[in-house]
Design a protein around this ligand. Structure first.
Ligand code: DP6
Length: 356
């Protein structure tokens, strides 16, 4: 038996949606009720680095394993298993076609992942995590797969992960096939198309979210009437306006849809029974600050968005750094901005650019 160890490493970035994914039409295949669109943030600031290795010499009794930020992590869940099964079966097909290939598909996998940001910060760590995991194993297995094909696999781990296989502006098309083979991501525009775009991350609370995205969205689908309106008309319209705004680099429109879609998503959470609240008083204060900044500038220079937690991501353009980041720095120092004070916002990442 050879004790050769095969190894591959890759990184994947965090993405933050401007048209949100919220709702599954098929929980097993992780198929969404609506398309979504996100912006991929810089890997220098927020990314997962994953190394996948395998060897015939790894004891079969140990099985597959994952070390996440130095701690053993459970990979027995159905979603992770679906990703591993899919990647193995693609590798097995290559091995069947070419018997000279080593039988990597039969060896135990050792996965080591590290985030360069706190996992508990409430940022979309599962997106970067599953994207990096899928690509690291695909590289290890030398699978001839395009980013869109890998996005099909990563989607089964975590929906938002399918968008982290691309840089820049990325759409996840919901698809309409029952088997999910058309529910994948594609790149709407490269980051270099709009080099001025920046994101500011306001860590309001580093606590883990109360209701996970997976169970929260299931409850929304089951109980919210507003949600039916959201997927029937609101999101399709937002997708169309957003794609046009990106193509035309129209920040005014980009910002309006970003804020409206975040508001719409949180409204469906409030309309869920029992209701789900992800934003808190500090989140709402951040919204007021963005409104005050835009009012002072006399045009829209900043747009807020919130995922399934209280932390804000503020999109703005480089040329408006002073107006936007400057204001939030004052907020952090306890200054009075737009009628409110906040010393609660914990962290600020001022210059996150976009990733290719
Ligand atoms: C609010 O991708 O975490 O961030 O598919 O169940 O893993 P699962 O959900 P997940 O949900 C993300 C929800 C969101 C919006 C978004 O990223 O589009």
């Amino acid at each position: 038996m050879s004790d050769k160890v095969y190894r591959a490493s890759t990184t994947a970035p965090v993405n933050i949606a401007v048209v949100k994914y919220w709702g599954k039409r098929d929980a097993k295949l992780n198929l969404p009720t609506n398309s979504s669109l996100s912006v991929t943030l810089s890997q220098a600031d927020l990314r997962t680095l994953t190394t996948a290795s395998c060897s015939a010499s790894f004891p079969a009794s140990e099985g597959d394993s994952l070390l996440l930020n130095g701690e053993p992590s459970d990979i027995s869940g159905a979603r992770t298993q679906a990703c591993l099964r899919e990647l193995r079966s693609r590798r097995a097909a290559l091995e069947a076609a070419d018997p000279s290939l080593p039988k990597l598909s039969t060896y135990p996998l050792r996965l080591v992942s590290e985030n360069n940001f706190p996992t508990a910060a409430g940022l979309a760590s599962s997106a970067a995590g599953f994207a990096a995991l899928v690509r690291a194993i695909a590289n290890l297995y030398e699978l001839p797969a395009s980013p869109s094909e890998l996005s099909l696999i990563a989607r089964q781990g975590s929906g938002s992960a399918c968008r982290s296989l691309f840089g820049g502006y990325v759409a996840w098309r919901m698809g309409n096939k029952a088997d999910g083979t058309d529910s994948m991501a594609d790149q709407v525009a490269e980051a270099s198309h709009w080099p001025d775009m920046r994101a500011l991350v306001l860590v309001v609370s580093a606590a883990k979210k109360g209701v996970s995205s997976s169970s929260g969205m299931q409850q929304t689908v089951a109980t919210s009437g507003l949600f039916r309106e959201r997927i029937a008309t609101v999101v399709p319209e937002n997708m169309a306006i957003m794609e046009k705004a990106i193509a035309e680099k129209d920040f005014e429109k980009f910002a309006e849809v970003t804020m409206r879609d975040s508001n719409s998503f949180h409204a469906t959470c409030a309309d869920t029974y029992p209701p789900i609240f992800y934003m808190n008083d500090v989140s709402r204060a951040a919204i007021r600050a963005v409104e005050a900044i835009n009012e002072k500038a006399g045009r829209t220079v900043a747009a807020y968005t919130f995922d399934a937690g209280p932390n804000a991501v503020i999109y703005y353009q480089e040329k408006d750094t002073e107006a936007v980041v400057g204001t939030f720095y004052h907020v952090l120092q306890g200054a009075d901005i737009g009628g409110w004070k906040s010393a609660d916002i914990k962290g600020l990442k001022p210059t996150i650019s976009l990733d290719e």
